[in-house]
Design a protein. Structure first.
Length: 221
């Protein structure tokens, strides 16, 4: 039986990463490819080296990864990002500054080389595992997805969930404005597009990531 590729994308703050981690327990022999963190890792490396993010619009992203020594490794059934010998923790990749920078860059950059690289990583993982992919524009990256899920939730609920992630360091209203702005940028970039085979799952009423993952699993056969 061939391994499958399950794509999980959705609105900012809808709980995509948490859902993917719960799916690890529900889909045998599975790994998570955090596609969004590949992008975040490159942007983070640029920011820490005080490079101008604007040049990401015009250069080969694989060469950028080589120059900045950005690598993707598989650890504990999830992909992680290294810059040089330093593992970049998710808190840094997911913080407010990196998140907004990624949304801005993605709205302007030519993402073709990034898509090709991500497809190559997925194919390599698929040789051994069922692959759960979290990210944006997944149908463009991997058109032969076995399942394409788009996760939604209300703005208020998404802001509350992000508030916990940011340890209440910002106000709820500020966070709602921040998420709304990122939603706008993502939509302009075409990253909120759904397709005929897309399964939209609203998790607004789900109290836990387990409940959200169970709702997704109802469609996986």
């Amino acid at each position: 039986m061939k391994n499958m590729v399950v794509g999980i994308e959705g609105l900012v703050g809808s709980g995509k990463t948490s859902i993917c981690r719960e799916l690890l327990y529900k889909i045998p022999n599975s790994v998570i490819f955090h596609g969004g963190n590949l992008y975040r890792g490159i942007v983070y490396a640029f920011m820490t080296k005080n490079k101008n993010l604007e040049i990401l619009q015009n250069i080969d992203i694989t060469k950028v990864m080589e120059e900045l020594d950005v690598k993707i490794e598989l650890e504990n059934n999830e992909t992680v990002v290294y810059v040089g010998n330093e593992k970049i923790e998710e808190e840094k990749l997911q913080n407010k500054e990196t998140s907004m920078a990624v949304s801005v860059v993605a709205n302007k950059a030519n993402n073709i080389e990034m898509f090709i690289l991500a497809r190559k990583i997925i194919n390599n993982l698929k040789e051994k595992y069922n692959v759960i992919v979290s990210g944006r524009a997944l149908m463009k990256i991997y058109p032969s997805l076995d399942y394409h899920f788009f996760i939604t939730a209300g703005l208020e609920e998404r802001a509350k969930r992000k508030l916990k992630q940011y340890n209440n360091e910002v106000s709820l209203e500020e966070l709602k404005a921040h998420i709304a702005k990122r939603d706008e940028l993502q939509e302009k970039s075409g990253f909120y597009k759904t397709y005929q085979n897309t399964i939209t799952v609203d998790v607004t009423e789900c109290k836990t990531a387990i409940e959200s993952a169970n709702k997704v699993c109802e469609y996986i056969k």
